[in-house]
Design a protein around this ligand. Sequence first.
Ligand code: ADP
Length: 263
Amino acid sequence: MPLIIKDEYPEKLFREDGKRLDGRKENELRPIKMEVGVIKNADGSAYLEWGNNKIFAAVYGPRDVHPHHLAKPDRGILRVFYRMTTYSVFERKKPAPGRREKEISMVIADCLRPVLFLELYPSTSFEVFIEVMDADGGTRCASTTVAALALADAGIPMRSLVSSVAIGKIDGKIIVDLSGIEDKAGEADLPCAITWFNEEISLLQFDGDMNLKEMNESLDLAKDALKLIHEKQNEALKCKYIEIQKEEEKNSQENDNGGVDLK
Ligand code: ADP
């Protein structure tokens, strides 16, 4: 599926065979790939491909606070910088962060903060830089998910991970994980996130038209989708530690052999 081309929205968002335009069922997520430890200079990092979205997250902290006046003597602060690169969307986007990026940075920080023990890090900062290289709908959810993973990769104590997905309504039906076209041409968009340690919703935004029954249906669909996303986050973290374990085993074998690889 191509990224959105402005003013080329299709009239119908379901195909003749009842599937969505990209071949998905109503409750189906786009393909998701996650990897941690992808940026050497960061304390923690992660990369996410979610459908056509391609997003990096890098975490730096705990570090000194700049500018100093933002420091809190009794706790650390979390700052999130969500940015879409100029050509991450079809039409050139101005490089300076607009209101949308500032708002998304704020909501992502709000939904990550509850899982951190910021009270243990007075006068320090944790900074999360999120770069959306390709955008195709649901980037705030994908960014929240990948940012939580980068925080975990940084080894920062966390109460749990945070997972996020957007539920929406297209052609009168409730669907999981809107693509860019579905987001633009659909009837409603409901991005949500969950903090797993208390299973509370830490992000719930809404744009469009839904009745109460549809809203409840959306939240039920979100629960199942969020569980799948959480599993993928855990797998990505485990993968890194399996690689580290393999590397350790290889190194200790080499040491046993007097540093010479006999294979
Ligand atoms: P989200 O990415 O969280 O769904 P929005 O609903 O604001 O956030 O945006 C939906 C989609 O619209 C984005 O994922 C992106 O593909 C596209 N988009 C956002 N901002 C722009 C922009 N300035 N120019 C072109 N497309 C954009």
